[in-house]
Design a protein around this ligand. Structure first.
Ligand SMILES: NC(=O)c1ccc[n+]([C@@H]2O[C@H](COP(=O)([O-])OP(=O)(O)OC[C@H]3O[C@@H](n4cnc5c(N)ncnc54)[C@H](OP(=O)(O)O)[C@@H]3O)[C@@H](O)[C@H]2O)c1
Length: 264
């Protein structure tokens, strides 16, 4: 094992999630899918939401394979559609019966480019695309989760270490972090918790689909500049979300999972 080889995740407090149901909005790939696998492996029930039906189907098989061989159909459910659509989320909550936790990884970023060259419409779309899914999840969670439930959002470290040409996407993700804190205060009387994970570079299809990063060698080289010398795994990224779901006294927090990248 080299210093850059990940150690498999043994999630803290994972048994607290046994028998709970988690809605994974963006559960068909990357960090959301890894969360599904971890949750199912500790006896959690999961509902996956994603737009591409084929990718969703493959994800259901993957998550199912993390549970016991005699798993019931009900242990892993899937709803195909846009997580920013109220009807899709209503369907997901209805099919689940009860949902205890919601983890949102849906909604990539758009609207990159220098501000002076950005059409107003691109800026509007950047906000709509990400915040639609975020607020739809927030509204559904606020009305449907039982006391003790939690909602976890995803963010990224560029919010605190901005790169040029990212004003629109980073303002949007900054809004997700602000919503996390504002909603945590608003929902605390209902005993609901709201947190976010701020990710550094995590090895998921989102990165591997980028030009020049479609091989292990290229990913290893790209990750070597972080203090821990590698990209994080999707499983490591997902484990942080499980921690936030399981700990009943953490709310309004943004925790960073970045291999130390923001220390440089
Ligand atoms: N990976 C990283 O290094 C990194 C770093 C910083 C922040 N993040 C953030 O972490 C989150 C997860 O990233 P990831 O790397 O796991 O991405 P990913 O592998 O691309 O997975 C994204 C998932 O979300 C689903 N999705 C996207 N838009 C959706 C929508 N409108 N409705 C329903 N499902 C939707 C996708 O499926 P469909 O496309 O089929 O819908 C897919 O299942 C993202 O918000 C990303 O911005 C990631």
């Amino acid at each position: 094992m080299t210093t850059a080889t990940p150690i498999p995740v043994r999630s803290p407090l994972s048994s607290a999630l046994s028998g709970t149901t988690t809605l994974l909005i963006g559960g068909s790939s990357g960090i959301g899918l890894a969360a599904g696998v971890l949750l199912r492996s500790v006896g959690g029930r999961v509902v996956l939401v994603g737009r591409d039906p084929d990718r969703l189907k493959a994800a259901v098989s993957r998550v199912r394979s993390a549970g016991p061989a005699e798993d019931s159909e009900d242990a892993v459910l899937a709803v195909a559609g846009d997580g920013g659509d109220d009807k899709i989320l209503a369907e997901a909550f209805d099919r689940a019966g009860q949902v205890d936790h919601v983890f949102v990884t849906a909604g990539g970023i758009s609207g990159a480019g220098p501000l002076t060259g950005l059409p107003a419409d691109d800026i509007r779309k950047a906000f709509d695309r990400r915040l639609q899914a975020t607020f739809t999840a927030a509204r559904a969670a606020a009305t449907r989760l039982p006391a003790g439930g939690s909602l976890t959002f995803s963010s990224g470290i560029l919010v605190v270490r901005p790169a040029p040409g990212m004003t629109a996407p980073l303002s949007v993700v900054g809004a997700v972090e602000t919503l996390t804190k504002a909603l945590a205060v608003e929902l605390a009387p209902a005993r609901l918790r709201v947190n976010a994970v701020r990710y550094g570079r995590i090895d998921t299809p989102m990165w591997r689909s980028r030009p020049g990063l479609d091989s292990d060698e290229a990913m290893a080289a790209a990750g070597s500049t972080t203090p821990l010398g590698r990209f994080g795994t999707a499983e490591e990224a997902a484990a942080a979300a499980l921690f936030l779901m399981a700990n009943n006294y953490v709310t309004g927090q943004i925790i960073t999972v970045d291999g130390g990248e923001t220390l440089n």
